[in-house]
Design a binder for this molecule. Structure first.
Ligand code: AMP
Ligand code: ZN
Length: 143
């Protein structure tokens, strides 16, 4: 628990949220600035800025919550949906609230429908032959 953290205050009930799901270890509530209808934030109830700061049992429960809530959103909409699951992990990745959280952003699965939610675009590097294999080995050596 961090006194200055808005998501800790939501987790403790000190400030209100539009809660959709809760267990002993996680709470999920609607994002105040939704990228699409049903945009949910899922957070561990313990404070930590980044994924590496969150105990495994809390993190595991977050993933299960994302699954349950996505199924619930499909039930509410009465159809299959697609989702962006987004986790900004540190300021340079776009994290604004420094309590680890996952965005669950529903998207219409019908590609002909009006696009809702996040559009994910990225520029990509162009690795030379052998570079990816060498990099994968370096990463394996560090895990
Ligand atoms: P991020 O950029 O990943 O840190 O996203 C933080 C998200 O938290 C943004 O989408 C905000 O709209 C959302 N947010 C901030 N404060 C609240 C709040 N009190 N209740 C619900 N969502 C919030
Ligand atoms: Zn916090």
């Amino acid at each position: 628990m961090s006194d200055s953290c808005i998501f800790c205050k939501i987790a403790s009930g000190e400030i209100p949220s539009n809660k959709v799901y809760e267990t002993n270890k996680v709470i999920a509530f609607l994002d105040l600035n939704p990228a699409s209808e049903g945009h949910v934030l899922v957070i561990p109830k313990c404070h930590g800025q980044k994924i590496k700061d969150i105990p495994d049992d809390y993190l595991s429960e977050v993933i299960v919550a994302l699954k349950k809530i996505s199924i619930g959103l499909e039930k509410m909409k009465g159809k299959e949906l697609d989702f962006n699951i987004l986790q900004n992990n540190g300021a340079s990745s776009g994290q604004v609230v420094m309590h680890a959280h996952f965005h669950l952003i529903p998207k219409e699965s019908d590609p002909s429908s009006k696009e809702l939610g996040l559009k994910f675009t990225t520029s990509s590097l162009s690795p030379k032959e052998g570079e990816l294999a060498a990099l994968a080995q370096k990463i394996r050596d560090c895990i």
